[in-house]
Ligand binder design. Structure first.
Ligand SMILES: NC(=O)c1ccc[n+]([C@@H]2O[C@H](COP(=O)([O-])OP(=O)(O)OC[C@H]3O[C@@H](n4cnc5c(N)ncnc54)[C@H](OP(=O)(O)O)[C@@H]3O)[C@@H](O)[C@H]2O)c1
Length: 278
C-alpha cells in the first residue's frame, strides 16, 4: 500500500471553525501540513490560525459559506494563489436538525441539503481541475453512519449523507486514472457542538468518540488512502447487517421508532428546539 507524507501538503478543510474540522486542522498543522481553514465564523478561524501559527504551523483563513458555489470556487482559487496547489480537500462542513417529516421548516431542509450535499459538490467541482493539472490529489468527504441507516427524525440529514455515498463512488471511478483518490469517512457519534447533548458525555471510544480521534484517523487516511472508513469500527455492527439484511434492520428500526422519536424530540426541546443528528 502506498504511503504519503503529511508534511508539506496543502490541505483545505471546510467546517474548520469547530469540532472535527478544527481538531483535524490542529493535528495536520502539527504534522507539517499547510492548512486552509474555511467556514462562516471568521473570528473562530482567525483564532485557530493564530494558535496554529504560535505552535510553528502554517494556516490560511478563507471565510466561506459552502452553500455559495462562487464562494467555494473563490476558496480554492485563494489557496492556489497562496500556496500554488491543493493536495487534499476535506469536505467536512455539515449540520443536522432532528425533526419529523412534514414538521420541518423548509428553510432548514434546504440548509441541510445546501451544506451537506451541494457544499460538497461545489468544493469538489472547484478543486478537481486543480488536482487534474497537478496529476494528483485526495478528496475526503465526511459522511456519517446515518448515511447507511435511516433513523426517525433524521430523514433529511440521512438523505444528504446517503447521497454522499453515491457521489463519492461515482467520482472515485471518474478520477482514479487521473491520480485523484476519493475517500468517504463515516463517523458514528462524535462529541462536538453538532451533538450538543453529548457535550458532557465521556467518549468511550466504542460508540462515542472525540473529534481528536477522528482527526487521527483522517491523518492516517491521508498517509494511507482508503476508499471508505467507518469510525469507530464498532458501527460495522449496524452497517454490515444493513447491507446484508436490510428488511430485518428496517423492521427493528420500526419497532424502536416510537421510543427513539420521543427521546430525540424531547432532547431537542430541552436544548434549542433542534437537536443534532449523527
Ligand atoms: N458529531 C457527530 O456525531 C457526527 C457524526 C457523523 C458525522 N458528522 C459529520 O461531521 C462533520 C463535522 O461536524 P462536527 O461534528 O465537527 O460538528 P460542528 O462542530 O458543529 O462543526 C460543523 C462545521 O460545519 C460548518 N458549517 C456549517 N454550515 C456551514 C456553511 N454554510 N458553510 C461553511 N461551513 C459551515 C460550521 O462552521 P460555521 O458555523 O462557522 O460556518 C462548523 O465548522 C459534519 O459533516 C457532520 O455531518 C458528525
Amino acid at each position: 500500500m502506498a504511503t504519503y507524507d503529511i508534511a508539506g501538503k496543502v490541505v483545505v478543510i471546510t467546517g474548520a471553525s469547530s469540532g472535527i474540522g478544527a481538531a483535524t486542522a490542529r493535528l495536520l498543522a502539527r504534522r507539517g501540513a499547510r492548512v486552509a481553514l474555511a467556514a462562516r465564523r471568521a473570528a473562530r478561524l482567525e483564532a485557530l490560525a493564530a494558535e496554529i501559527e504560535r505552535a510553528g504551523g502554517q494556516a490560511l483563513v478563507v471565510p466561506t459559506d459552502v452553500r455559495d458555489e462562487a464562494a467555494c470556487r473563490a476558496l480554492i482559487e485563494r489557496v492556489v494563489e497562496h500556496w500554488g496547489r491543493v493536495d487534499v480537500l476535506i469536505n467536512n462542513a455539515g449540520l443536522g436538525y432532528a425533526k419529523l417529516i412534514g414538521k420541518m421548516d423548509p428553510e432548514k431542509v434546504r440548509e441541510q441539503v445546501d451544506v451537506n450535499l451541494l457544499g460538497v459538490i461545489w468544493c469538489t467541482n472547484a478543486v478537481v481541475p486543480v488536482m487534474r493539472r497537478q496529476g494528483n490529489g485526495h478528496i475526503i468527504t465526511i459522511g456519517s453512519v446515518a448515511g447507511h441507516i435511516g433513523l426517525p427524525t433524521s430523514s433529511i440529514y440521512s438523505a444528504t449523507k446517503f447521497a454522499l455515498e453515491g457521489f463519492s463512488q461515482a467520482i472515485s471511478a471518474e478520477l482514479a486514472r487521473e491520480g485523484i483518490f476519493v475517500s468517504l469517512v463515516c463517523p458514528g457519534f462524535v462529541v462536538t457542538e453538532f451533538n450538543e447533548r453529548l457535550k458532557h458525555s465521556r467518549a468511550d471510544g466504542f460508540l462515542v468518540v472525540h473529534a481528536d480521534y477522528i482527526a487521527r484517523k483522517l491523518a492516517r487516511l491521508i498517509e494511507q488512502p482508503r476508499r471508505k472508513l467507518i469510525i469507530p469500527w464498532t458501527y460495522h455492527v449496524i452497517t454490515g447487517p444493513m447491507r446484508l439484511f436490510p428488511g430485518l434492520v428496517s423492521w427493528v428500526v420500526r419497532r424502536i421508532a416510537p421510543l427513539w422519536i420521543q427521546r430525540r424530540l424531547a432532547r431537542g426541546k430541552a436544548a434549542s428546539g433542534e437537536a443534532g443528528s449523527q
